[in-house]
Design a binder for this molecule. Structure first.
Ligand code: PNS
Length: 165
């Protein structure tokens, strides 16, 4: 089975992620959307919330599996017997960071391949940080996220506002 891994923080998942997952799922037998558990970044949404949002927004894609992973991505690839990592590129600056990560992953495991998918121009401005920022200022963010995720997003942002006040 030809399996790919689409890893990320997904804090929160966006319409950009949804489009990349949809397109990547057509390139393999199985696509694993993998949520990083213990990243360096402090996240707004719990791992369970992020898994739940990813499952809701990919429920019409039968070959997409949603899992979490802890530790090194190369170890997760090995464990799931995936052929490659797939990452999205939104803008040229993304490439700098992504190319570095691909090189590090290959050094950690010479069999680790990284594939890049270019974001659609109409979605390239959408990022998790944009959604977090808009929500932080109390502005509408629903045009940037899958509609299925809205209840979980509203709940998580509300909890975050309460915790900060
Ligand atoms: O959505 P993000 O935050 O850009 O995703 C980054 C992610 C999760 C793909 C990356 O941080 C990652 O793979 N972390 C796992 C640890 C790891 O393998 N790091 C690379 C070598 S130190």
């Amino acid at each position: 089975m030809n399996r790919l891994v689409f890893p990320g923080s997904f804090d929160p998942p966006t319409l950009g992620h949804q489009d990349l997952i949809r397109r990547a799922s057509k390139l393999c037998d199985e696509l694993i959307a993998a949520v990083l558990v213990n990243g360096n970044k402090r996240s707004i949404f719990t791992v369970e919330e992020r898994l739940s949002m990813l499952r809701l927004m990919t429920q019409d894609l039968p070959n997409v599996k949603v899992l979490s992973f802890d530790g090194l991505l190369v170890d997760f690839l090995h464990k799931t017997q995936a052929a490659a990592v797939i990452r999205g590129l939104r803008k040229s600056a993304d490439y700098e960071y992504e190319a570095e990560m691909a090189v590090i992953n290959r050094r950690l495991d010479p069999s680790c391949e990284t594939l890049f998918l270019q974001a659609k121009p109409e979605l390239a401005h959408i990022s998790s940080s944009l959604v977090r920022e808009l929500a932080g200022f109390g502005r509408a963010y629903d045009a940037f996220v899958p509609a299925e995720c809205l209840p979980v997003l509203e709940e998580g942002f509300k909890r975050n506002r309460t915790a900060r006040s």
